[in-house]
Design a protein around this ligand. Sequence first.
Ligand SMILES: *Cc1c(COP(=O)(O)O)cnc(C)c1O
Length: 379
Amino acid sequence: MTYSFETLAIHAGQEPDPRTGAVIPPIYATSTYAQDGVGGTREGYEYSRTKNPTRLALEECLTALEGGRRGFAFASGMAAEDTLLRTVCQPGDHVVIPDDAYGGTFRLFSKVAARWGLSWTAARLSDVDSVRAAMTPQTKLVWCETPTNPLLSIADIPSLAAVAHERGARLVVDNTFASPYLQQPLTLGADVIVHSTTKYLGGHSDVVGGALIVTDPGLADEIAFHQNSMGAVAGPFDSWLTLRGTKTLAVRMERHCDNAERIAAYLTGHRSVSAVLYPGLPEHPGHEVAAKQMRRFGGMISFRHAGGRDAAVRVCNNAKLFTLAESLGGIESLIEHPGQMTHASAAGSPLEVPDDLVRLSVGIEHVDDLLADLDQALS
Ligand SMILES: *Cc1c(COP(=O)(O)O)cnc(C)c1O
């Protein structure tokens, strides 16, 4: 029996507890497990850094939702990324990263991994030729975000997988913005999925976490070894909160998309807005590719203010229902100025973002209230 996404989100990895019948996986707040004689572990439970039932339930659920073979849950999205880098790369290797990568990912490559001898080149991922040109014989990973943050550009996942594989590299897709409900990159040829589960998967702005999901069993074993050796694992309570959020991912994403479509249409007609960046708009340069590989177009919108930087900052400050904050993907709507907030660390780099840009994480409140708030903030 193969279940659909909505059913897997609620049941995958989550059988009722065999002892009590508890329908929700308990928070196994334990560091260690009693053994039945020396070496006699129960189902391999030995120590919670290595294996914990609440974390395992989350890992199995995320694996099912991405259509992968094995998943790993971490203390944060950055911990997942760091573990992947150190699993797959060594000094002298090279990676291709998006020219508008998530700021923290750019910082990990440029300020941390670079010190350990890993070089990188930023490429425009919507242009497959520029990715091919950025690759070297040492390239181990092509790192993809689609849609990107904060410019919402779209990369063609099957084409990038082909380019990476041509040269013996692996394609990593950070699927945080789309979530597995809207896009399943492993089924399109990607080798590794990265998530900040802090965002749509958790969905309630109450937990920080990350995940890796893969199909290749050899790579899975190497990641398992590094997850245990480096130890940046998701704790049982964080795993439980993330699982609780994941159960409603499908219904939340539908409402995020409904609201974002209405807001993108409103902004498109507004005289203070010089550009709306939303892949659901037919005039978006990535619209056709997005329509092929995504179910819908997501809840993130960026727009450029015709009045420049100060006007963009004023909109962020004037919004009342949209909370001025970093992060994204929760039930509540957020607004921010990427140039001075999430992407401040990219200033002066090839990843610098326009200073008249405003980014919205559209929540699941009533859309009329959201539209009214934007209307007053823009006037
Ligand atoms: C937030 C985010 C990350 C980092 O995840 P944390 O959970 O904050 O460590 C990575 N990629 C994207 C696209 C993100 O939005």
